[in-house]
Write a protein that binds this ligand. Sequence first.
Ligand SMILES: Cc1cc2nc3c(=O)[nH]c(=O)nc-3n(C[C@H](O)[C@H](O)[C@H](O)COP(=O)(O)OP(=O)(O)OC[C@H]3O[C@@H](n4cnc5c(N)ncnc54)[C@H](O)[C@@H]3O)c2cc1C
Length: 232
Amino acid sequence: MQISKRADVPDLDVRRVRGNVIEQRQISPDGYHLILARDGVDVEAGRLVTLHGRSLVEDRSYTVVSGERDEHIEVLYRLIPTGVLTPQLAALQSGDTIEWSGPYGQFVLRDPARPIWFIATGTGIAPCRSYIRTHPNLDITILHGVRHTAELYFRDEFSSYKYHPCLSADTAPDCHSGRVTQRLKDIHCPLEAHYYLCGAYEMIYEVQDMLLDKGVSPDHIFNEGYYYRLDP
Ligand SMILES: Cc1cc2nc3c(=O)[nH]c(=O)nc-3n(C[C@H](O)[C@H](O)[C@H](O)COP(=O)(O)OP(=O)(O)OC[C@H]3O[C@@H](n4cnc5c(N)ncnc54)[C@H](O)[C@@H]3O)c2cc1C
């Protein structure tokens, strides 16, 4: 069914469907990879879908983690045990159905030919996977900040890129200790690159200030804020 278009994304062909759950994989203690039948809906890399709960106040946004040519629509989410929608999502099994709509959002790649820096916390890594599955030859540098190694979602798919995993509550031989902001302090940031920041708002505000201090133009910085951090 076609539904009315959101004012901020006037050109998108938004559809609402009741789709089949193809598969649900728990990929970390609280990370889930949910795979939904595409139902003929095209979703550009970096755009999002709304997963619909039992009523309007339970609807939540999720950036797709799938590439444009992938057979299914995929999302990555963190289960918030006290949250409204994610406990409902975590109960889904293959063959169940869920209402979803999309595409929405604006966090698409502006220029895939440019050097790209993707700086994320937690599940904010989702659009990065969507980008590289859609554009495999990107010149991309990835900084991913999480608490524990188990939350370095899809890390095997990032290993052929310039990948900087950062752990704030753990140590591992091939990871940086500390937040992405600590890692960013020590790195040269090319001024011609485009910077995509995604995840916790606190990280986005801090990284934005750091990039501006390093001389990056505000026109080269793009943000997708997901949440305010629950953890200290
Ligand atoms: C544009 C956009 C895209 C988003 N894309 C994703 C995505 O791809 N994957 C994803 O997991 N979430 C994503 N989110 C967050 C998502 O929409 C929900 O807010 C989240 O899944 C929690 O929903 P809930 O109903 O279970 O919890 P709620 O009852 O809505 O919230 C409970 C608390 O959890 C916090 N919270 C929400 N998400 C997280 C998180 N990931 N980590 C830590 N704390 C969090 C909130 O700040 C809130 O205080 C996105 C949000 C926006 C605005």
